[in-house]
Design a protein around this ligand. Structure first.
Ligand code: SIN
Ligand code: CO
Length: 389
């Protein structure tokens, strides 16, 4: 992708300008980011998804007393029949994993690393409906799918920001409004993490939240150190060899001891290969691992299927990424990694980005033993699947 091409999706900004001036910094309203956008999913179809066991959904409603109720799906058809005409919202998580047309939307966001993308949540709100003033810890693009929604944007919050007293839903107690816009279908609002926002349905409406994820520092430290510990033998320990023979006060923990601890930790933190291997695995962990299951496949069956014109696509529930590791490359697929010779890098790029893999674009890689083996493994692992047609 050319970083200097003006993008309609960004209101005519180039990806470079957007990343420099807005991303993670300030909100941006984009009128007609997707002109004539028509929601690929009707409210009924969204409600249908919320009946499914494997789909995460919520209904949020407010009452006249200003208190908020949250109910978690899966729902039953009768649940919808008993809802009032106004002031409730149905939210369905990770719709991109279930509806290919919704997954296609994410293709427009390739100016950002694909491993930063979380999911596409879709909400359906009745007039006056909303989820209350709140903030999220993630970047989000709020694309209006159908009907109109009034978005109010406010202050940048922190975990110290006062909240209203609702047991299961975090609603801000204070809202210092800075902007307000009514979004029509195809309009999009970009919000960096922590900005207070409140979206109220003007009429019956649907909003697509294209969400991004970033691990918290505390997650990075916990999970990376957990990962590291698999490789550190028991005998590797704090050592005070060569320190001052006798401390003036044996009860004191000296600065020398802290310096030794720091060295011990730094040695591991400075291991870029370990950090990369952990990060790739962590960032590609699927949200629903039970939806990433493959089946065994003989080498000859793969060759035959591709010969017969079969196409492979990335499993919408899988996450893939790759990285350089010195002369080698590493592929990350749904929480697993594999070190491969560097010459396979173009194949990894192809696997991570092509719309589909077939005889034509796989070409010479099918004659390469390691290349073919990799494709077969990814099918067996469930990250690549045969397309239906
Ligand atoms: C919604 O679509 O109603 C809520 C999205 C959000 O505020 O994050
Ligand atoms: Co939000």
């Amino acid at each position: 992708m050319n970083a200097d091409t003006p993008l309609q999706l960004l209101g005519g900004l180039t990806a470079r300008e957007f990343l420099r001036d807005y991303w993670q910094q300030k909100p941006l309203l984009i009128r007609q980011a997707i002109p004539d956008f028509e929601t690929p999913l009707s409210p009924d179809e969204l409600a249908g998804l919320a009946l499914e066991e494997e789909v995460e959904s919520r209904i949020i409603a407010s009452d006249e007393q200003g208190s908020w109720q949250l109910r978690r799906g899966p729902f039953k058809e009768e649940d919808f029949a008993t809802l009032p005409e106004r002031e409730w919202t149905l939210l369905v998580q990770a719709v991109d994993q279930f509806v290919p047309e919704v997954a296609e939307l994410m293709e427009s966001f390739r100016f950002l690393p694909s491993w930063r993308i979380d999911d596409v949540m879709i909400s359906y709100a009745t007039p006056g409906g909303g989820v209350g003033p709140h903030y999220d810890n993630y970047d989000v693009f709020l694309l209006q799918g159908h009907g109109r929604r009034r978005w109010k944007v406010g202050q940048r919050c922190t975990s110290e920001s006062p909240l209203q007293n609702n047991p299961d839903i975090k609603i801000l107690a204070e809202f210092e409004q800075t902007d307000e816009w009514v979004l029509e279908p195809g309009d999009m609002l970009y919000l960096p993490p922590q900005f207070a926002h409140d979206g109220i349905a003007e009429d019956e409406c649907m909003t697509y939240s294209i969400g991004f994820r970033a691990p918290s520092t505390s997650e990075v430290l916990t999970h990376f150190t957990d990962f590291l510990t698999q490789f550190i033998p028991e005998e590797e320990r704090y050592s005070d060899a060569g320190s001052e023979p006798v401390q003036a006060d044996p009860g004191q923990i000296t600065q020398d001891a802290v310096d030794r601890l720091k060295l011990l930790i730094q040695e591991h933190i400075n291991d870029d290969r370990m950090l990369m291997a952990w990060f790739g695995q962590f960032m590609t962990e699927p949200r629903y691992p039970e939806l990433v299951t493959g089946e065994s496949l003989e080498e000859s069956d793969l060759a035959q299927a591709l010969d017969d014109g079969a196409c492979l696509v990335r499993n919408p529930s899988a996450r893939l990424a790759w990285s350089k590791m010195g002369e080698d490359v590493m592929i990350f697929a749904s929480g697993q990694s594999r070190l491969l010779p560097g010459y396979l890098q173009p194949l990894l790029t192809l696997i991570c980005s092509a719309d589909a893999l077939h005889q034509e674009n796989l070409g010479k890689w099918l004659d390469d033993e390691a290349g073919q083996e990799l494709v077969r493994e990814l099918i067996e692992q469930g990250s690549l699947v045969f397309a239906d047609e």
